[in-house]
Design a protein around this ligand. Structure first.
Ligand code: SF4
Length: 705
């Protein structure tokens, strides 16, 4: 290290779920610089554009929330207060609502950006002590369909493989994901693997021609919402051509006959017509898969964010099971997470129907185990409200108060105008954030300043079950506190026992004790050992255990009979059909250099150089029909709302489909650029994940008066 840089610390990127290692250096004046950690097994020194510019988000304090702020009523302006006053007010309000309306009148909405210790504490506080299960997370919006998919097929919410399996595979099937933009360092590894091994085949399933398609040997440009039928068609061909692993099916699975019977009920021609993919392409994909030795399926929001999200997960995981390509080098299903700690949240029971260490709220034994561990009488049986249900309940007046931590639902939730109405209708809104000016903070009755990345320490888990330690590098500005400290102060103000933690290490150690004997046992991974190792993959059941890169190598799954379930999907779950009024299908997603609602990436000038404003991708035929030229202002609308942006006329999107980026909000940026003005709050019936990828809309050239 040169003399100018006085200290350096190892940590992990706070954007996507790839979980790249970062070295942060600090000079005498407190200025920061970042570089990729060459010793980190995930990225081996590489960083993407977002990761390379992370330090600017910490150094730019322009919109930081520095002190608690509060208003005594909606008629009063926000005023700065002390932490004691702020926490005292939060406790008084929660006690009053719980006393007058019961514990289900309050709830917490948290985030996949929270550290594992913060997630654990929030869940302990709500489920163990407030007496409600009303705590859900924005991860509900991105991966809850994968959680159900894994549980139903493999017996537990377990990603079976590692990034290093990529380098051992010869067929990577990417569906409903654009890793070139959304998981860039993972994509670099795929690119390198293919460059080193030209026989490796990449298949991409997407209604759009994305940058990921540039690497594909085969692009299946599927009709939105029909991926499940494409996977069934591939399964059908594999079975008919005897390209399945009969021995694996016989020894290690249940349900094959029923699955085969279901998918044989349609011809390949029928499936091809439904998903609008040429039959030759379906057969080519099936042959590549059938002939491969190492077959990885990789997916993200394109499958999960659907009212049929669970079925799409099941249909894809089935392909790994019928080919026996799981639990072996270079093989397995691999869901990608969009947030840095969506996985850590899953581990500590961060969804309203889960409990810590992959326990289920519906299971009385699990409830008792956790209640006994926390020293409380009982955990309520009734599942808590999910993300969309929580805002619906606020709007109807049933739920009175919500505490929002580290997320911006006014931009990120579906049917955003409903969310705005819910936040206006709420009797009390607490927003705990680093930013003073997110679209959600305007609804707050109490604003609590939180510490940001590099200003606190703890742990996170990436997409491949790798737990990493995050170092504290700088002090938080003003009166901002780590989220765990805020939760502990509130718990104590409520008079709850069991929150006498002095640091994140103590919270982590308590959580790891709760994992003992479970599928995600990390009781052998002390905080000290993790800090020394930097990162390790769970389970780690004993202190001398090296971690677990790959699961199910013994062919034993986590179901009761240790056999995986090959499951049929039944009929497609209904989604919003295009109509005469709204004939186009809107799908939403990310762009390369922005992340979520831009509260961090939006502050970095360099990141705006890639794409600096929202746009609508529309096919030339659909544009011509509406007399729209490239760059024209267009109005996209349906019964839920409007968006007005510039048209990007491109043949890279399927005819009949339009695409909007999801990042822009309504207040911080350009008015009427919020994609979620148009999306529906309809959810998958099992996972309760909203269907962001399918909304019926119309588009008109917008005539500016
Ligand atoms: Fe960060 Fe993801 Fe980029 Fe890695 S790939 S540097 S984790 S945003």
């Amino acid at each position: 290290m040169s003399q100018k840089w006085e200290e350096s610390h190892k940590t992990v990127c706070s954007y996507c779920g790839v979980g790249c290692g970062i070295v942060v250096s600090k000079d005498k004046k407190g200025r920061l610089k970042v570089k990729g950690d060459e010793s980190h097994p995930v990225n081996k020194g590489m960083l993407c554009s977002k990761g390379m510019n992370l330090h600017y988000t910490v150094m730019d304090q322009s919109d930081r929330l520095l002190k608690p702020e509060m208003r005594w009523s909606r008629r009063h302006p926000m005023a700065e207060v002390s932490w004691d006053t702020a926490i005292g007010r939060a406790a008084a309000v929660f006690k009053t609502f719980i006393k007058e309306h019961g514990p289900d009148s309050v709830g917490f909405y948290v985030s996949g950006q929270c550290l594992t210790e913060e997630y654990y504490l929030a869940n302990k506080l709500v489920k163990g002590f407030l007496g409600t299960n009303n705590i859900d997370t924005n991860s509900r919006l991105c991966m809850s369909s994968a959680v159900v998919g894994y549980k139903e097929t493999l017996g537990d919410d377990t990603v079976p493989i590692s990034y290093e399996d990529i380098e051992l595979s010869d067929c990577i099937f990417i569906a409903g994901a654009n890793p070139a933009w959304c998981h860039p360092i993972l994509f670099r590894r795929i690119e390198k693997h293919k460059a080193d091994n030209p026989d490796v085949k990449i298949i991409v399933v997407d209604p759009r021609v994305t940058d990921s398609c540039g690497l594909a040997d085969l692009h299946l440009q599927v009709q939105p919402g029909t991926d499940m039928f494409l996977f069934h068609a591939i399964g059908k061909y594999l079975i008919e051509q005897n390209m399945v692993d009969e021995e694996f099916i016989r020894k290690h699975t249940n349900g094959f006959e029923a699955y085969a019977h279901e998918i044989k009920s349609r011809s390949l021609q029928e499936y091809a017509a439904m998903c609008r993919v040429p039959i030759d392409s379906i057969i080519e994909a099936a042959r590549i898969i059938g002939q491969s030795k190492g077959f990885i399926t990789m997916w993200a929001m394109g499958l999960n964010q659907s009212t049929a999200g669970v079925n799409q997960n099941l249909a894809l995981i089935n392909l790994s099971l019928i080919t026996g390509k799981i639990g072996k080098p270079g093989c397995g299903p691999f869901s990608l997470t969009g947030q840095p700690n969506a996985m850590g949240g899953r581990e500590v029971g961060g969804l309203s129907n889960l409990l810590a260490a992959h326990r289920n709220l519906a299971n009385p034994t699990h409830r008792k185990e956790v209640a006994d561990f926390w020293g409380v009488d009982a955990i309520q049986e009734k599942p808590g409200l999910t993300a969309t249900e929580m805002f619906e309940s606020l709007k109807s007046g049933k739920m009175k108060a919500i505490w929002i931590i580290c997320t911006n639902p006014s931009v990120s939730m579906p049917n955003a105008r409903l969310v705005d109405e819910a936040l206006k209708a709420a009797k009390f809104v607490i927003v705990q954030d680093i930013s003073r000016k997110s679209d959600t903070t305007q609804y707050a009755d109490l604003l609590l300043p939180a510490a940001s990345w590099l200003e606190k320490e703890g742990t996170m888990t990436n997409s491949e079950r790798r737990i990493s330690h995050l170092a504290k590098v700088v002090d938080a500005p003003g009166m901002a506190l780590p989220d765990s400290e805020i939760l502990i102060r509130f718990a104590k103000a409520m008079g709850f026992h069991g929150f006498d933690f002095n640091n994140p290490a103590e919270v982590y150690e308590e959580y790891t004790r709760l994992t003992k004997g479970t599928s995600i046992d990390v009781s052998g991974l002390s905080y000290h050992k993790l800090k020394r190792a930097g990162s390790i993959q769970w389970p780690v059941p004993s202190s001398d255990h090296p971690g677990t890169p790959r699961l199910f190598e013994n062919g034993k799954f986590l179901t009761q009979d240790q056999r995986a379930n090959i499951l049929g999907t039944g009929a497609q779950t209904a989604h919003e059909e295009p109509s005469e009024d709204y004939p186009l299908i809107l799908t939403t997603g990310r762009i390369r250099d922005q992340w979520h609602t831009m509260t961090k990436t939006g502050k970095v000038a360099k990141l705006k150089k890639h794409i600096d404003r929202p746009f609508l991708e529309i096919h030339p035929d659909d544009a011509d029909f509406r007399d729209i030229r490239d760059g024209d202002p267009v109005r996209i609308y349906n019964d839920r709302g409007d968006v007005q942006v510039a048209a990007k006329v491109t043949a890279s999107i399927k005819k009949g489909v339009v695409f909007l980026p999801m990042h822009w909000g309504k207040k911080l940026n350009i008015d009427l650029s919020r994609a979620n003005n148009l999306t529906s709050e309809a959810v998958d019936p099992k996972s309760k994940q909203p269907g962001f990828k399918f909304s019926a809309v119309e588009v008109l050239r917008h005539l500016i008066p």
